[in-house]
Write a protein that binds this ligand. Structure first.
Ligand code: NAI
Length: 287
C-alpha cells in the first residue's frame, strides 16, 4: 500500500485539536506536512506562531518531515502563501485538509452580520481559497487529494450554529462538484464530519462523552482519504469515537404529475410527496 508516503500535504488549522492529530499521523505515515495555523483563540481572535511551531517540533522529534505556516485561510493571499510553502519546501503539493475553523455561535435571531461573515469567511472561503490555490497543481500533475472538514451541524442542523452549519454544508456542495470536475485528473474530494473532544467542543458535551471522542479516532480515516490508492470521491463521512458512517442524500419514490398540477392536487398528494418509506440514492437528474 502506497498510502501517503512521500506525499506533500497541507493541513490547515493544524496547531491544535483534530488538525494537529491529522498532521502527526500523516507524518508518521511518511507524508511531508505543512502545519498551517494562525494561532488565534476559538472565536478567531488573536494570532501567534507557537501553535504551529509546537506541532512541527513534535513531528520532527518523532523523525517526521514538517514545516510551519502561519497564514490566514480566510484570504486569497493567505491561501496562496500556504500552498507556496508546500511547493517551495517539498517541491509539490499533493493534498489539502481544509480543517481550520472558528465558532461564533448565536441563535439566528441574535446573530450579528459580523458573526455570520467571520464564520463563513474562515470555513467556506477558507476551504475554497486553499483548494483554489492547490487546484492548478493537482490538475497539472494529474493527482490531488482534498478533505473538507464538514459538520453534523451542517448536515443535520444545530441550534445556534446557522452561520457554521451553512458554511460547512457549503463545503459539501463544493466537494460534490470538485469530485466531478477532478475525476479525470485523479483528484479525489471528500468531506468528513468529525466528532472529537477539542477546545471547540469542550463546553458543548458532557465530559464522560468527550472522553470517548478522541481525535485519534478520526485521523486514520482522514489519512485513508488522502492515500494515493483512494478511489472514493464525492463522499461524506461522519466519524468519531470509533464509529465511521457514510452519509448521503436519498430521494423517495415521489410523485410525477403528468400535467401541471393545481395547488389542491399537490396538497392532496402531500403525504406521498413526503413519504420516506422507500428511498434510493439521490442523483442530479440533469448531471
Ligand atoms: P480547534 O479550534 O481545536 O482547531 C481549529 C484550528 O484552526 C485552531 O488551531 C485555530 O487556530 C485554526 N484556525 C482558525 N482560524 C484560522 C484561519 N483563519 N487560518 C488558519 N488557521 C485557523 O477545533 P477542532 O475541533 O480541532 O476543529 C477542526 C475542524 O473540524 C474545524 O473545521 C471544525 O469546525 C471541524 N469540526 C470539529 C468537530 C469536533 O467535534 N471537534 C465537529 C464538527 C466539525
Amino acid at each position: 500500500m502506497a498510502g501517503v508516503e512521500g506525499l506533500s500535504i497541507v493541513v490547515t488549522g493544524a496547531g491544535g485539536g483534530l488538525g494537529r492529530d491529522y498532521a502527526l499521523l500523516l507524518a508518521e505515515h511518511g507524508a511531508k506536512v505543512v502545519v498551517n495555523d494562525l494561532g488565534g483563540a476559538r472565536d478567531g481572535s488573536g494570532a501567534g506562531f507557537e501553535m504551529a511551531d509546537a506541532v512541527v517540533a513534535e513531528i520532527k522529534e518523532a523523525g517526521g518531515e514538517a514545516v510551519a505556516n502561519y497564514d490566514n485561510v480566510a484570504t486569497t493571499e493567505g491561501a496562496q502563501g500556504i500552498v507556496r510553502t508546500a511547493v517551495e519546501t517539498f517541491g509539490s503539493i499533493h493534498g489539502v485538509v481544509n480543517n481550520a475553523g472558528i465558532l461564533r455561535d448565536a441563535s439566528f435571531a441574535k446573530m450579528t452580520e459580523a458573526e455570520w461573515d467571520a464564520v463563513i469567511k474562515v470555513h467556506l472561503y477558507g476551504g475554497y481559497n486553499v483548494t483554489r490555490a492547490a487546484w492548478p497543481h493537482f490538475r497539472e500533475q494529474g493527482f490531488g487529494r482534498i478533505v473538507m472538514a464538514a459538520s453534523t451541524s451542517g448536515l443535520f442542523g444545530n441550534f445556534g450554529q446557522s452561520n457554521y452549519g451553512t458554511a460547512k454544508n457549503g463545503l459539501v456542495g463544493l466537494v460534490n462538484t470538485l469530485a466531478l470536475e477532478g475525476a479525470r485528473s485523479n483528484i479525489r474530494a471528500n468531506a468528513v464530519a468529525p466528532m472529537a473532544a477539542t477546545r471547540m467542543t469542550e463546553d458543548v458535551a458532557p465530559p464522560e462523552l468527550l472522553e470517548k471522542l478522541r481525535p485519534e479516532h478520526v485521523s486514520p480515516v482522514v489519512v485513508n482519504l488522502l492515500a494515493e490508492e483512494q478511489e472514493s470521491t464525492g463522499s461524506v463521512f461522519v466519524l468519531g469515537g470509533g464509529a465511521v458512517y457514510r452519509v448521503a442524500l436519498f430521494q423517495n419514490a415521489g410523485v410525477v404529475f403528468p400535467e401541471v398540477p393545481t395547488v389542491a392536487e399537490v396538497a392532496e398528494r402531500w403525504s406521498e410527496i413526503t413519504d420516506l418509506s422507500e428511498v434510493t440514492l439521490g442523483r442530479n437528474p440533469v448531471g
